[in-house]
Write a protein that binds this ligand. Sequence first.
Ligand code: SF4
Length: 292
Amino acid sequence: MPRRQHFSTIDFHVTCECNQECPYCWGPHDIENPVKTFIAKKIIDKVKEVGARRIVFTGGDPLKRNDAGKLIRHAKTIGLEVALSTTGDELTTAFLRWNAHYIDLISLPIDGSTEEVNSKTKEKNHLEAVMKALRLLKKYPKIDVKICTPVTKHNISDVPNILKVAEEYKSSTKASVFYNIFQTFPRSQNEVDWKKLVVSNREFGVLKRKLSGRKTIRVNFLDHKTLDKLYLMIFPDGNVVIPEGDNFTSFGPFLKLDDLNDIIKRSKFDSQKHLKHSKGWGNRISAKASIH
Ligand code: SF4
Protein backbone atom coordinates (compact mmCIF):
# COMPACT_ATOMS: atom_id res chain seq x y z
CA MET A 1 0.00 0.00 0.00
CA PRO A 2 1.48 3.45 -0.93
CA ARG A 3 2.55 5.55 2.07
CA ARG A 4 0.51 8.59 2.87
CA GLN A 5 2.37 11.79 1.99
CA HIS A 6 2.19 14.32 4.83
CA PHE A 7 3.42 17.38 2.93
CA SER A 8 3.64 18.90 -0.53
CA THR A 9 5.79 22.00 -0.06
CA ILE A 10 9.15 22.62 1.56
CA ASP A 11 10.43 26.14 2.24
CA PHE A 12 14.18 26.32 1.70
CA HIS A 13 15.56 29.38 3.54
CA VAL A 14 18.77 29.65 1.55
CA THR A 15 20.15 32.70 3.37
CA CYS A 16 19.62 34.98 6.37
CA GLU A 17 20.73 38.02 4.37
CA CYS A 18 18.14 40.61 3.50
CA ASN A 19 18.06 44.33 2.67
CA GLN A 20 15.06 44.67 4.97
CA GLU A 21 14.84 44.47 8.75
CA CYS A 22 11.17 43.82 9.31
CA PRO A 23 10.42 43.80 13.03
CA TYR A 24 8.13 40.77 12.63
CA CYS A 25 10.61 38.65 10.59
CA TRP A 26 10.39 34.95 11.40
CA GLY A 27 13.18 34.02 9.01
CA PRO A 28 16.47 32.62 10.26
CA HIS A 29 19.07 34.94 11.78
CA ASP A 30 22.76 34.66 12.60
CA ILE A 31 23.57 31.57 10.57
CA GLU A 32 26.98 32.59 9.36
CA ASN A 33 27.73 29.71 7.02
CA PRO A 34 24.81 28.91 4.77
CA VAL A 35 25.24 25.72 2.77
CA LYS A 36 27.36 26.07 -0.35
CA THR A 37 25.96 25.57 -3.85
CA PHE A 38 26.97 21.91 -4.03
CA ILE A 39 25.19 21.03 -0.76
CA ALA A 40 22.19 23.26 -1.60
CA LYS A 41 21.73 21.26 -4.82
CA LYS A 42 21.87 17.98 -2.85
CA ILE A 43 19.20 19.37 -0.53
CA ILE A 44 17.04 20.28 -3.52
CA ASP A 45 17.51 16.75 -4.92
CA LYS A 46 16.39 15.33 -1.57
CA VAL A 47 13.36 17.65 -1.47
CA LYS A 48 12.30 15.93 -4.69
CA GLU A 49 13.25 12.44 -3.43
CA VAL A 50 11.18 12.74 -0.24
CA GLY A 51 8.11 13.44 -2.36
CA ALA A 52 7.60 17.22 -2.15
CA ARG A 53 5.89 18.67 -5.18
CA ARG A 54 7.04 22.23 -4.63
CA ILE A 55 10.03 24.12 -3.26
CA VAL A 56 9.83 27.70 -2.05
CA PHE A 57 13.13 29.58 -2.16
CA THR A 58 12.97 32.02 0.70
CA GLY A 59 15.22 33.57 3.34
CA GLY A 60 16.19 36.29 4.05
CA ASP A 61 16.09 37.26 0.44
CA PRO A 62 17.27 34.35 -1.74
CA LEU A 63 18.46 36.83 -4.35
CA LYS A 64 21.22 37.90 -1.95
CA ARG A 65 22.92 34.63 -2.95
CA ASN A 66 24.81 34.85 -6.19
CA ASP A 67 23.92 31.21 -6.98
CA ALA A 68 20.14 31.79 -6.60
CA GLY A 69 19.57 31.35 -10.34
CA LYS A 70 21.57 28.11 -10.38
CA LEU A 71 19.53 26.65 -7.51
CA ILE A 72 16.23 27.70 -9.07
CA ARG A 73 17.15 26.23 -12.44
CA HIS A 74 18.28 23.00 -10.79
CA ALA A 75 15.02 22.64 -8.86
CA LYS A 76 12.88 23.16 -11.95
CA THR A 77 14.99 20.87 -14.10
CA ILE A 78 14.51 17.94 -11.71
CA GLY A 79 10.75 18.45 -11.81
CA LEU A 80 9.82 20.56 -8.79
CA GLU A 81 7.36 23.43 -8.90
CA VAL A 82 9.39 26.50 -8.00
CA ALA A 83 8.33 29.53 -5.97
CA LEU A 84 10.56 32.45 -5.11
CA SER A 85 9.82 34.64 -2.14
CA THR A 86 11.83 37.85 -2.45
CA THR A 87 11.71 41.41 -1.17
CA GLY A 88 11.87 42.72 -4.75
CA ASP A 89 14.98 44.77 -3.99
CA GLU A 90 17.26 42.57 -6.10
CA LEU A 91 14.94 41.41 -8.87
CA THR A 92 16.57 42.58 -12.09
CA THR A 93 15.95 42.34 -15.82
CA ALA A 94 19.08 40.20 -16.17
CA PHE A 95 17.97 37.77 -13.44
CA LEU A 96 14.56 37.34 -15.06
CA ARG A 97 16.02 36.96 -18.54
CA TRP A 98 18.04 33.93 -17.36
CA ASN A 99 15.68 32.43 -14.81
CA ALA A 100 12.05 33.40 -15.46
CA HIS A 101 11.42 30.25 -17.47
CA TYR A 102 12.24 28.16 -14.36
CA ILE A 103 9.98 29.99 -11.89
CA ASP A 104 6.28 29.22 -11.37
CA LEU A 105 5.48 31.84 -8.76
CA ILE A 106 7.07 34.97 -7.29
CA SER A 107 5.92 36.33 -3.99
CA LEU A 108 6.49 40.02 -3.12
CA PRO A 109 5.65 41.91 0.09
CA ILE A 110 3.82 45.22 0.25
CA ASP A 111 3.46 46.64 3.77
CA GLY A 112 1.79 49.91 2.76
CA SER A 113 0.19 51.58 -0.26
CA THR A 114 2.45 54.61 0.25
CA GLU A 115 6.14 54.85 1.07
CA GLU A 116 5.11 56.48 4.35
CA VAL A 117 3.13 53.47 5.56
CA ASN A 118 5.37 50.88 3.89
CA SER A 119 8.48 52.31 5.55
CA LYS A 120 7.04 51.79 9.04
CA THR A 121 8.11 48.15 8.76
CA LYS A 122 10.30 48.13 5.61
CA GLU A 123 13.28 50.25 4.55
CA LYS A 124 12.81 53.57 2.78
CA ASN A 125 11.90 53.24 -0.93
CA HIS A 126 11.09 49.54 -0.65
CA LEU A 127 7.63 50.13 -2.14
CA GLU A 128 9.24 51.68 -5.21
CA ALA A 129 11.47 48.58 -5.56
CA VAL A 130 8.42 46.27 -5.42
CA MET A 131 6.50 48.33 -7.98
CA LYS A 132 9.53 48.18 -10.28
CA ALA A 133 9.74 44.40 -9.80
CA LEU A 134 6.02 44.10 -10.63
CA ARG A 135 6.53 46.11 -13.83
CA LEU A 136 9.41 43.82 -14.86
CA LEU A 137 7.25 40.77 -14.22
CA LYS A 138 4.63 41.89 -16.75
CA LYS A 139 6.97 40.58 -19.45
CA TYR A 140 6.68 37.10 -17.93
CA PRO A 141 2.97 36.36 -17.57
CA LYS A 142 3.57 32.63 -17.07
CA ILE A 143 4.94 33.46 -13.61
CA ASP A 144 2.12 33.67 -11.06
CA VAL A 145 2.42 36.68 -8.75
CA LYS A 146 1.53 36.61 -5.08
CA ILE A 147 1.44 39.95 -3.30
CA CYS A 148 1.63 39.60 0.50
CA THR A 149 0.88 41.94 3.35
CA PRO A 150 1.77 41.10 6.94
CA VAL A 151 -0.89 43.06 8.81
CA THR A 152 0.36 45.01 11.82
CA LYS A 153 -0.98 47.86 13.93
CA HIS A 154 0.98 50.15 11.57
CA ASN A 155 -0.81 49.21 8.35
CA ILE A 156 -4.17 47.64 9.21
CA SER A 157 -6.13 50.73 8.17
CA ASP A 158 -4.18 50.89 4.89
CA VAL A 159 -4.87 47.29 3.78
CA PRO A 160 -7.92 48.28 1.64
CA ASN A 161 -5.58 50.64 -0.27
CA ILE A 162 -2.96 47.90 -0.71
CA LEU A 163 -5.73 45.67 -2.04
CA LYS A 164 -6.45 48.38 -4.66
CA VAL A 165 -2.75 48.37 -5.65
CA ALA A 166 -2.94 44.59 -6.09
CA GLU A 167 -6.20 44.84 -8.08
CA GLU A 168 -4.81 47.53 -10.35
CA TYR A 169 -1.73 45.42 -10.99
CA LYS A 170 -3.88 42.39 -11.79
CA SER A 171 -5.83 44.39 -14.36
CA SER A 172 -2.58 45.42 -16.06
CA THR A 173 -1.04 41.97 -16.59
CA LYS A 174 -1.90 38.63 -18.13
CA ALA A 175 -0.31 36.81 -15.19
CA SER A 176 -2.32 35.12 -12.49
CA VAL A 177 -2.20 37.48 -9.50
CA PHE A 178 -3.46 36.89 -6.00
CA TYR A 179 -3.17 38.61 -2.65
CA ASN A 180 -2.30 37.04 0.72
CA ILE A 181 -3.14 39.01 3.84
CA PHE A 182 -1.35 37.67 6.95
CA GLN A 183 -2.06 38.40 10.57
CA THR A 184 1.52 39.09 11.69
CA PHE A 185 2.53 36.09 13.80
CA PRO A 186 4.40 36.67 17.08
CA ARG A 187 7.37 34.43 16.33
CA SER A 188 10.91 35.65 15.79
CA GLN A 189 14.49 34.73 16.48
CA ASN A 190 14.94 38.32 17.74
CA GLU A 191 13.50 40.03 20.82
CA VAL A 192 10.35 41.82 19.68
CA ASP A 193 7.82 44.00 21.48
CA TRP A 194 4.83 42.24 19.93
CA LYS A 195 2.29 44.50 21.67
CA LYS A 196 3.33 47.31 19.33
CA LEU A 197 2.85 45.17 16.22
CA VAL A 198 0.37 42.34 16.43
CA VAL A 199 -3.32 42.90 15.64
CA SER A 200 -5.85 40.90 17.62
CA ASN A 201 -7.99 38.12 16.17
CA ARG A 202 -10.97 40.46 16.47
CA GLU A 203 -9.25 43.27 14.53
CA PHE A 204 -8.15 40.84 11.83
CA GLY A 205 -11.69 39.43 11.63
CA VAL A 206 -13.13 42.93 11.22
CA LEU A 207 -10.67 43.61 8.38
CA LYS A 208 -11.67 40.36 6.68
CA ARG A 209 -15.36 41.24 6.88
CA LYS A 210 -14.69 44.78 5.65
CA LEU A 211 -12.99 43.47 2.51
CA SER A 212 -15.38 40.63 1.74
CA GLY A 213 -17.30 41.25 -1.47
CA ARG A 214 -15.17 44.27 -2.33
CA LYS A 215 -12.45 42.58 -4.32
CA THR A 216 -11.80 41.76 -7.96
CA ILE A 217 -8.81 39.59 -7.14
CA ARG A 218 -8.42 36.34 -5.23
CA VAL A 219 -7.57 37.19 -1.61
CA ASN A 220 -6.46 34.71 1.05
CA PHE A 221 -6.67 35.70 4.70
CA LEU A 222 -4.18 33.88 6.92
CA ASP A 223 -4.86 34.31 10.62
CA HIS A 224 -2.77 32.98 13.52
CA LYS A 225 -4.69 29.72 13.61
CA THR A 226 -3.99 29.09 9.93
CA LEU A 227 -0.34 30.13 10.07
CA ASP A 228 0.70 27.99 13.02
CA LYS A 229 2.20 24.52 12.37
CA LEU A 230 1.83 25.14 8.63
CA TYR A 231 5.42 25.27 7.43
CA LEU A 232 8.14 22.74 6.86
CA MET A 233 11.43 24.60 6.61
CA ILE A 234 15.04 23.95 5.80
CA PHE A 235 17.28 26.62 7.30
CA PRO A 236 20.42 28.01 5.60
CA ASP A 237 22.64 25.61 7.57
CA GLY A 238 20.69 22.64 6.12
CA ASN A 239 18.71 21.81 9.27
CA VAL A 240 15.00 20.92 9.16
CA VAL A 241 12.92 23.30 11.27
CA ILE A 242 9.23 22.93 12.07
CA PRO A 243 7.92 26.02 13.88
CA GLU A 244 5.08 25.76 16.37
CA GLY A 245 3.78 28.71 18.40
CA ASP A 246 6.81 30.86 19.09
CA ASN A 247 9.20 27.89 18.95
CA PHE A 248 11.50 26.93 16.12
CA THR A 249 12.07 23.21 16.66
CA SER A 250 15.08 21.85 14.80
CA PHE A 251 15.23 18.21 13.71
CA GLY A 252 18.84 18.18 12.53
CA PRO A 253 20.43 18.04 9.07
CA PHE A 254 17.95 17.37 6.28
CA LEU A 255 20.52 15.41 4.28
CA LYS A 256 20.97 12.94 7.16
CA LEU A 257 17.28 12.22 7.68
CA ASP A 258 16.07 8.72 6.89
CA ASP A 259 12.38 9.48 6.98
CA LEU A 260 10.91 12.98 6.90
CA ASN A 261 7.36 11.66 7.25
CA ASP A 262 8.37 10.02 10.54
CA ILE A 263 9.72 13.33 11.90
CA ILE A 264 6.57 15.09 10.78
CA LYS A 265 4.46 12.58 12.66
CA ARG A 266 6.53 13.21 15.81
CA SER A 267 6.29 17.01 15.44
CA LYS A 268 3.23 19.25 15.84
CA PHE A 269 3.14 19.99 12.11
CA ASP A 270 -0.48 20.06 10.90
CA SER A 271 -0.22 18.06 7.75
CA GLN A 272 -3.93 18.22 6.91
CA LYS A 273 -3.90 22.02 7.07
CA HIS A 274 -0.65 22.20 5.12
CA LEU A 275 -1.99 20.00 2.31
CA LYS A 276 -5.25 21.98 2.15
CA HIS A 277 -3.38 25.31 2.10
CA SER A 278 -1.02 24.12 -0.65
CA LYS A 279 -3.86 23.03 -2.91
CA GLY A 280 -4.96 26.40 -4.34
CA TRP A 281 -1.77 27.32 -6.08
CA GLY A 282 -1.10 23.72 -7.11
CA ASN A 283 -4.37 23.70 -9.03
CA ARG A 284 -3.28 26.75 -11.00
CA ILE A 285 0.00 25.08 -11.94
CA SER A 286 -1.83 21.96 -13.17
CA ALA A 287 -4.21 24.11 -15.18
CA LYS A 288 -1.29 25.97 -16.74
CA ALA A 289 0.45 22.70 -17.55
CA SER A 290 -2.59 21.49 -19.46
CA ILE A 291 -2.89 24.76 -21.39
CA HIS A 292 0.72 25.04 -22.59
S1 SF4 B 1 11.75 40.92 3.97
FE1 SF4 B 1 11.26 38.92 4.78
S2 SF4 B 1 13.23 37.94 5.22
FE2 SF4 B 1 13.63 40.14 4.96
S3 SF4 B 1 13.56 40.95 7.05
FE3 SF4 B 1 11.51 41.17 6.16
S4 SF4 B 1 10.37 39.33 6.79
FE4 SF4 B 1 12.58 38.94 7.10
